[in-house]
Design a protein. Structure first.
Length: 327
């Protein structure tokens, strides 16, 4: 394990997710390597961010080698190996993700350009801020020299939600569930697919043996969980989103186990009929900081329709941000 600190940028660091994420990162969520945090916020939030940094100091985290804060992305992203783009306006009650496209799109053009200019050559960029897939597309398109494969959007929270629902239904431990898949957009059209998942080595759909539950409960519960949390908390998910952001970054950098895969929204190469260039969620394996889409899965007619619907939404979002001149 390298003793050179991993430089990790977090945007929106004074926000809800930041308040959970920073402490997880600093306490070793990515592994034993020391880390340096580079925290980006807008000017009005810098004072609050100073308070968060005071708390980070007060934890005396052994792995935290330094913290820098600021509002200029070209300073904060300088030399970063990992950029976690969280900062964006969250959805409020009654809002759909489409409403966020124009509000948040501009943030990701500027940040894509800044990363292109100053990030380390090995940078990996994970987008949590919504609409995550399309924000990642905007950042990727504006970072012309960074390979497209270095961008991903977060669907790990959906993946974790799906595992949790399946565990509750079957009485299994989450530790026994493998090969869950989220396809498409991090939105209500996403398709959580348990047909390839396994519970203690057995096919999950066969263990569940209840298609009505899959269609009427499992899929909508996972897909609409974000809205259910907003409804209950009056604010969007934060600790679970931070946890999933850590899980996704750790697995991307350190690799997935041989008997499992994870869900990540990555640039499509045309696999499974998803148009090339869209950032869509797939089952992926990772090794040494690179990901590969799992190939050869059989897609039933039921699954096909759901994947196509979510991918159509991604194509619409792409058309909308093209129209807005963001890509
Ligand atoms: P929040 O409003 O609490 O925090 C967002 C922070 O971003 C604020 O502090 C704001 O000042 C900052 N910010 C705004 N513009 C910025 C910019 N240009 N540069 C740097 N920082 C900027 O929101 P939150 O609850 O922490 O959520 C953040 C985002 O994550 C939202 O878009 C939310 O919808 C999204 N989210 C995604 C997932 C997922 O699974 N992908 C899950 C939960 C939330
Ligand atoms: C979530 O999935 O919890 C977030 O993306 C918040 C939202 O707007 O749904």
């Amino acid at each position: 394990m390298s003793t050179t600190p991993l430089k990790v940028a977090v945007t929106g660091a004074a926000g809800q997710i930041g308040y959970s994420l920073l402490f997880r990162l600093a306490s070793g969520a990515l592994g034993d390597r020391p880390i340096e945090l580079r925290l980006l916020e807008i000017e009005p939030a810098l004072k609050a961010l100073e308070g968060v940094v005071m708390e980070l100091d007060d934890c005396a985290f052994p792995l935290l080698s330094g913290v820098e804060i600021g509002a200029d992305p070209t300073k904060i992203f300088d030399g970063v190996n990992l950029a976690l783009l969280v900062g964006a306006r969250p959805r409020g009650p009654g809002m759909e993700r489409g409403d966020l496209l124009s509000a948040n799109g501009a943030i990701f053009t500027a940040q894509g350009k800044a990363l292109n200019e100053v990030a380390a050559d090995d940078v990996r960029i994970g987008v949590t801020g919504n609409p995550a897939n399309t924000n990642a597309l905007i950042a990727m398109t504006n970072a012309v020299d960074i390979p497209n494969e270095r961008f991903s959007a977060l669907t790990r929270l959906d993946h974790n939600r799906a595992i949790s629902q399946l565990a509750t239904k079957t009485g299994a431990s989450v530790n026994d569930i493998r090969k869950m898949t989220i396809w498409g957009n991090h939105s209500a059209t996403q398709y959580p697919d348990l047909f390839h998942a396994e519970i203690a080595g057995k096919n999950a759909a066969e263990v569940v043996n209840d298609q009505a539950w899959v269609e009427e409960f499992f899929i909508p519960t996972v897909a609409k969980r974000g809205a259910a949390i907003i409804d209950a908390r009056g604010a969007s998910s934060a600790a679970s989103a931070a946890s999933a952001t850590c899980n996704a970054a750790r697995d991307w950098l350190n690799g997935t186990p041989a008997d499992d895969w994870v869900s990540m929204a990555v640039v499509s190469d045309g696999s499974y009929g998803v148009p090339e260039g869209l950032i869509s969620s797939f089952p992926v394996t990772t090794k040494d900081g690179d990901w590969k889409i799992v190939q050869g899965l059989e897609i039933s007619e039921f699954s096909r329709g759901r994947i196509d619907a979510s991918v159509a939404e991604l194509a619409d979002e792409k058309a909308a941000v093209t129209e807005l001149g963001l890509i």
